[in-house]
Design a protein. Sequence first.
Length: 500
Amino acid sequence: MNPSKNDVDRVLSIFGLNIPEGRNLISSPVDGMDIGGFNSAGLPDVADIAQRSQSAFAQWRIIPAPRRGELVRRFGEALRSRKTELGLLVTLDCGKPLSEGLGEVQEMIDICDFAVGLSRQLHGLTIASERPGHRMSETWHPLGPVAIITAFNFPVAVWAWNAALALVCGNSVVWKPSEKTPLTALAVQALFDRVARDFGPDAPRDLAQLVLGDATTGAALVDDPRMALISATGSTAMGRTVGQAAAKRFARSLLELGGNNATIVAPSADMELALTGCAFGFMGTTGQRCTSLRRLLVHRSVFDSFVPRIISAAARLPIGDPRDPANLAGPLIDGAAYAAMRDALADARALGATIHGGERIAGPGQGVYVRPAVVEMPAQTGPMLRETFAPIVYCLRYDELDEAIALNNAAAQGLSSSIFTNDLREAEAFVAAAGSDCGIANVNIGTSGAEIGGAFGGEKETGGGRESGSDSWRAYMRRQTSTVNYSRALPLAQGVRFEL
Ligand code: NAD
């Protein structure tokens, strides 16, 4: 047995599971070795799952919300007790360093806590009616079965963001994880099943289900008329297809798509903070975060002192087996990701860029390990304007803040952005109406590493969805406006007369 398979076998057994078998191979990016397999669900399987999800919804929506919160609380407790094992499985499944694997499970726990509180705060409004003896109110009701389609790079946290909120909001959920990371999904599902079983009859069967498969399976779920909300996280190309398919049948969609995130380093910046923020931003998680830093806009007066420090940080980064805590970066997810990285660097070179790093380096087994690339660009063009899911940062000089903000906003995506500055005017201008056009705009923090308390998501080709904190819960509920007439007359609004 190879080392990663050994670990997977051991961890899965803690969740009461064996290594799955099937036609679609599962390999660990840690060493690129095959671990097992799974079979993709077809249309009849998806239809059956959707039917069962609808039945579960009919029962769950009438359970009081605080009681629904109690189930999520217990699930959060179960996650706490299995954080170490699940964190390691995240590392084995998608290759991120162990501290990030554990961090991802912590994010699941945090969103459970958040959702438990929310379960007593799903409140609506009372609105002044213009008619005498009338009361107008707004109530939020459960929406229906929620399809959750997730990407490989956050194989469990994104499901938890959606599921914890959807469940307290009174919905059932169906999860279609990335075909590249089915192992963590199997473990999380097993944990949830146990908690739901112990909860008793208030938690209906099939409240949360898992369906394994690729894009075809995902598309079948999106097209199923029983799925009331499609929450899809992944590439903009995926979101374009999914968003249109959902819109065709007027289903609600929540899209969390690609990013092409920029950081501005101003002359007044605290350069130590900027260095750490930018280094983690582009190299952390091997550049495989939707919020990873991809474009570094540095003021001309500090470019020649700052960028060499970024180049040196990339050259020194400890890269290797993500199970070893000494390593701060693990592998790319697969060979295709490295091919895309090579293509992007070749395109940059053809445009006259100067490239530092970017080569493949040795790592365990067949794992795809790379040195991060720092690319000095002559202009913001070519690969700098597309998302390549790899550790590449394109660097450019700017002269005026307005110019830097315009460069920040010139990307097709609008997910995350940040500025390092100690100039209050610059900081406020960046987060003001004419500043960054992204869903996330940070000051003296990098582009990646969001907390669950805020609404997460972005504009333009990032899809416009918001998940996690703030009032994101509303996406999982339907709004009902009710006007109750307690008078003995029936006046019409706007003074309209209709007397028979
Ligand atoms: P991907 O688009 O290849 O796949 C994502 C998921 O969509 C997978 O489960 C896949 O099977 C499914 N899918 C693909 N085509 C589909 C279709 N036509 N119908 C239904 N389902 C379909 O993305 P990936 O490579 O797994 O992840 C990387 C991408 O995800 C990057 O673009 C990254 O920026 C983005 N991402 C965004 C966020 C966010 O919150 N904005 C978070 C994580 C990742």
